[in-house]
Ligand binder design. Structure first.
Ligand code: CP3
Length: 341
């Protein structure tokens, strides 16, 4: 397994081509996903190891990616802590009991590993099916991003309530973040013990924050989490939208890989990061709507620029959108797999 392209690149070794996987590679852009999704609710899919394994395997079997990612969601930690979570078709995630007061924070539980045991069961089932073919990536939401869903009660455009919370009630925000961080450490270590080969911390909405707020309310907790993972042979990937700006701070938390959004010149970022930290990214997923010639040209341009860099995993700058043509995703992966430096 340590010879897989993905793990070699994650540990900053040279590979003959960049390995490829895509954030949200198991999802609604796949007709086969809908065949399963039409029968179950999203949370039922996450919580039934057989179904979670079926969905995890879709991009392995249909796209030929170089790493699988566990089928689950970043919000299951918030749910295990006491959030009343539902995924509403066409709307997205909803917590019907948002966290707004000191009592709400107090009520959240932190000893929740038993409630997340279904994730360990899914990982064992997936590893059984993968049978050593490619590595399996586990993941969790970073405390700031999970906190934003708990406070807003769902997705948000401007994170108004979350920002008001951290600015007007910083001590309470730190209490909440510390609770989520404690759960996240246990949860990722549970995934590692169950057999994942890498873990990714998703801090999708860090981009909403100023440098100082990111440092205080996000980075410090991500750093603590990364420092407390049982990570021997298990690389840690740190992702956020906003990474084009925050990459130097993200690197300071000492992950093995920093996953970069599509704004930055990836080579530039790679060169300012300390040696030994790999980069992942950073195609704008909108390129996958475009003509195949554009897809190929854009990927080749990125690879030419990254030539000679050790530690590069090809991915998107953010997840695949549900209406991106399946054929284009498959084409992009084939372009990567046919490339040689
Ligand atoms: O990448 C994968 O294929 C693995 C599974 C995965 C899902 N969510 C499945 C999912 C992963 C890694 C996530 C992470 C996640 N979830 C993030 C971080 C990544 C990112 O996109 O920034 C975030 C912010 C969430 C929260 C979330 N979950 C939202 C906002 C939504 C609704 C909007 C949307 O994009 O679908 C979800 C639901 C969700 N999570 C779906 C899937 C396949 C769609 C559920 C459905 O079928 O309706």
């Amino acid at each position: 397994m340590m010879n897989s392209l993905f793990l070699k690149a994650a540990f900053s070794q040279q590979t003959e081509r960049p390995p490829v996987w895509m954030m949200r590679q198991a999802g609604r852009f796949m007709p086969q996903y809908w065949e399963i999704k039409n029968k179950y609710s999203f949370l039922e899919m996450c919580k039934t190891p057989e179904i979670a394994a079926d969905v995890t395997m879709l991009p392995v079997d249909l796209l030929g990616i170089d790493a699988a990612i566990l089928f689950c969601d970043i919000l299951v930690t918030g749910e295990a802590m006491g959030g009343d979570l539902d995924f509403i078709q066409g709307v997205g995630p909803k917590f019907s009991n948002p966290v707004r007061t000191a009592q709400d924070v107090e009520n959240l539980q932190t000893d929740v590993s038993d409630k997340l045991q279904y994730v360990a069961d899914a990982i064992k089932e997936i590893q059984h099916r993968l049978n050593g073919l490619i590595p399996l990536i586990g993941f969790a939401g970073a405390p700031f991003t999970v906190m934003s869903y708990l406070i807003e009660g769902g997705s948000s455009k401007d994170f108004k309530l979350t920002k008001l919370f951290i600015h007007n009630q910083p001590e309470l925000a730190h209490k909440l973040l510390a609770k989520i961080a404690a759960v996240t450490i246990d949860y990722l270590n549970l995934q590692i013990a169950a057999g994942v080969n890498a873990v990714q911390l998703f801090d999708s909405w860090a981009l909403a924050l100023s440098w100082d707020d990111y440092t205080e309310f996000s980075h410090n907790y991500n750093k603590e989490i990364i420092s407390k993972l049982n990570r021997k042979d298990v690389p840690v990937i740190s992702f956020c939208k906003g990474s084009s700006v925050f990459a130097p701070l993200m690197a300071e938390a000492k992950p093995d890989v920093v996953s970069i959004d599509w704004n930055a010149d990836l080579k530039n970022i790679k060169q300012i990061l300390p040696k030994g930290i790999a980069v992942q990214g950073n195609l704008d997923p909108h390129i996958l709507y475009a003509d195949k010639s554009v897809i190929k040209k854009t990927i080749h341009k990125l690879f030419e620029r990254m030539r000679g860099e050790e530690g590069f995993i090809f991915n998107l700058g953010h997840g695949i959108m549900p209406d991106i043509p399946f054929d284009n995703v498959k084409y992009a992966i084939d372009v990567v797999k046919e490339f040689r430096y």
